[in-house]
Design a protein around this ligand. Structure first.
Ligand code: FES
Length: 102
């Protein structure tokens, strides 16, 4: 288990190993766009990974390619549907305003 802290609200969620950040958020009733339902195709689940980089799966080729096509991407950008909690470290993410990255 790892603790996922969601900014800007500061809400914390206990997340089991192997769970995607998207699934963790939706399971905790945190609203996040996910238009392609986790296929790494829409980019609407774009988030910033603020802390705990080592506690999250590496960026896949598919995710990287999608991120490359999104406006406003930075070094902390991830797709919530592709980033899996490893359970080794607590993680803090920042949700972006709805409509960004679309
Ligand atoms: S839900 Fe579409 S890219 Fe993540």
């Amino acid at each position: 288990m790892a603790t996922l802290t969601v900014m800007p609200s500061g809400k914390t969620i206990e997340v089991g190993e192997g769970t995607t950040i998207l699934a963790a958020l939706l399971g905790a009733e945190v609203e996040i766009p996910h238009k392609c339902e986790g296929q790494a195709k829409c980019g609407s689940c774009h988030i910033f990974l603020q802390e705990g980089r080592k506690g999250v799966s590496k960026v896949s080729k598919l995710e990287n390619e999608k991120l490359d096509s999104i406006v406003g991407v930075g070094s902390k950008s991830r797709l919530a549907c592709q980033a899996t909690i490893l359970g080794t470290e607590n993680v803090k993410i920042e949700l972006l305003g709805f409509g960004s990255g679309l």
